[in-house]
Design a protein around this ligand. Structure first.
Ligand SMILES: NC(=O)c1ccc[n+]([C@@H]2O[C@H](COP(=O)([O-])OP(=O)(O)OC[C@H]3O[C@@H](n4cnc5c(N)ncnc54)[C@H](O)[C@@H]3O)[C@@H](O)[C@H]2O)c1
Length: 258
């Protein structure tokens, strides 16, 4: 008989930046597939809202306030996860802040440093403590880092964001090499233009509409839904992806194929 290997029943998952956008959709989907989910975010109210939605769906989740750029917060996030649910099996390292929108010669280095701290150092810190936990338990584990189409195709005026997202691919591939022999899989999802608060804020700052950008950014002529990216992350965390590691999966309606 063929079983459903996408099930996450009995698994414990962390989703960083789970308070809104793709993180919230991913936390909800993973809970619906059976995982107990730690919804981690700097925004406590947003994290609690995601937890409430999961509870309303019949799932199990816990909110944890953590800034992924702070090592002590990340270490405490893993400890709180283990304290609440007894272990960690998989994580979606999704938290990030938005592009910087400045040419390199005009860069504000405080903005650059904060963006790299959240988007790159944050992924490194999460991997460090997630992998430590997997090794301590001598158990398999799955990590999904959220990159971007900017991980593979740069855009002008977004140097810090592009560099951070290229770095996420480097961390993903290095992690896959170092820990495959321990049964730890490390993959990345590279979203295209996805309709979330981050994208809406960027769009509003241009004064333009979805119709002005979507045909350029997507072969489908529309922005993606957070739930469409969540499917890829949940799949990569599941046993259905047992032979997949070191992979960067674009969920971009063909943007990178042009
Ligand atoms: N929306 C897009 O079109 C798009 C495209 C490509 C990649 N991405 C990437 O997808 C991921 C999710 O993006 P989104 O659009 O859902 O973003 P969003 O801004 O809508 O949500 C991000 C969440 O992360 C949280 N967060 C921010 N800084 C944090 C920190 N230091 N520690 C913990 N949590 C923090 C926010 O509070 C928020 O809840 C990010 O990695 C982003 O770079 C987004």
């Amino acid at each position: 008989m063929i079983g459903d290997k996408t099930s996450l029943k009995g698994r414990v998952a962390i989703v960083t930046g789970g308070g809104m956008g793709m993180g919230a959709a991913t936390a909800r989907l993973m809970a619906a597939r059976g995982a107990c989910v730690v919804v981690s975010d700097t925004n406590e109210k947003a994290a609690r809202e995601t937890v409430a939605m999961i509870a309303a769906d019949g799932g199990t989740a816990e909110a944890v306030v953590a800034d992924v750029a702070r090592e002590s917060d990340v270490e405490a996030m893993i400890a709180q996860t283990v304290g609440r649910f007894g272990k960690l099996d998989c994580a979606v390292n999704n938290a990030a802040i938005a592009p910087d929108n400045a040419p390199i010669a005009e860069a504000d280095m405080a903005v650059f440093d904060r963006l790299i701290a959240v988007n790159l150092r944050g992924v490194m810190l999460c991997m460090k403590y997630e992998i430590r936990h997997f090794l301590k338990r001598k158990a398999a584990g799955a990590i999904v880092n959220i990159g971007s189409v900017s991980s593979q195709r740069p855009q002008a005026f977004n140097a810090a964001y592009v560099a951070s997202k290229h770095g996420v691919v480097g961390l993903t591939k290095t992690g896959s090499l170092e820990y495959a022999s321990h049964g730890i899989r490390v993959n990345a999802v590279l979203p295209g233009s996805i309709d979330t608060p981050m994208l809406r804020t960027a769009l509003n700052s241009t004064g333009k509409k979805e119709e002005d950008f979507a045909p350029i950014l997507s072969l489908f002529g529309r922005f993606g839904k957070a739930e469409e990216v969540a499917e890829a992350s949940a799949w990569l965390c599941s046993d259905a992806a047992s032979y997949v590691t070191g992979h960067c999966l674009a969920v971009d309606a063909g943007y990178l194929s042009r």
